[in-house]
Design a protein around this ligand. Structure first.
Ligand SMILES: Cc1cc2nc3c(=O)[nH]c(=O)nc-3n(C[C@H](O)[C@H](O)[C@H](O)COP(=O)(O)O)c2cc1C
Length: 223
């Protein structure tokens, strides 16, 4: 089984998002999965031109010649796809959104309808599972409202929304213990996903463990 992550944080490998992704992939590797982790910031990904040539002129192939060709191959060969992004202005980063737009060669001009909701059809039947990973700079849950709706379009089997995300990169010893505990739960989720193709309810619940009291976090941020 192959797990492939696409991290849309401009901070790439050094991002808080990547700390979560790496823990998740480590867990999956521990259960025998093959893993790949793409930092989208390291790739040249032009903006979709909206020409639909990838549907009507050269099905499956974009007119733009950039790194997306390689990333599309990686995307197609994955069994589990992890989308990662910090919350930027209440949503996913432009980097991840741009990447998602450029997945359109994998769709077809056919429209699907389910209970009055319309969507694009996949060009080929897909069995891939999706995992959504995000972190927010602020405490609380409201900053994930929009990103949750955006990710719901791929019907993720696991969603990891980490508030107080600034703590993930903190060098303070007291904070690091708590972060290590959290990341060990993320790792467990990766292991379960690779072993059972799903994560149990108890582990999902543990993923929402608080990292710090809100008042303390506000002080930590110095805001
Ligand atoms: C342009 C920009 C917009 C942001 N908007 C939000 C926001 O709406 N809500 C929030 O909680 N944090 C916001 N943040 C903070 C980031 O989510 C936070 O710094 C996060 O930990 C960065 O994660 P990363 O290291 O994975 O990039 C914003 C940061 C930037 C640079």
């Amino acid at each position: 089984m192959k797990f492939t992550a696409f991290n849309g944080s401009p901070a790439g490998k050094d991002s808080a998002t990547n700390r979560i992704i790496e823990a998740f992939l480590k867990g999956a590797e521990g259960a025998g999965a093959e893993t790949e982790n793409y930092q989208l910031a390291e790739y040249e990904i032009g903006q979709c031109q909206g020409c639909f040539a990838c549907w009507f002129q050269s099905p499956g192939k974009c007119v733009l010649q950039d790194d997306m060709e390689k990333l599309l191959r990686a995307y197609q060969s994955a069994d589990v796809i992890c989308f990662g992004s910090p919350v930027y202005s209440w949503n996913m980063t432009a980097l991840l959104k741009n990447f998602v737009d450029r997945l359109i060669p994998l769709k077809s001009p056919l429209m699907t309808e389910r209970e009055g909701n319309f969507d694009m059809a996949d060009s080929e039947k897909r069995t891939q599972k999706y995992v959504a990973i995000s972190n927010s700079g602020f405490p609380g849950e409201n900053n994930f409202s929009i990103i949750k709706v955006s990710f719901s379009c791929c019907n993720p089997c696991l969603e990891i929304y980490r508030n107080c995300g600034k703590l993930l990169k903190s060098k303070q010893a007291s904070v690091q213990d708590r972060v290590a505990e959290y990341l060990s739960i993320v790792e467990k989720a990766g292991r379960e996903m690779a072993s059972n193709r799903e994560v149990c309810g108890a582990t999902k619940k543990q993923l929402s463990m608080p990292l710090m009291e809100t008042r303390e976090y506000v002080q930590f941020l110095g805001m």
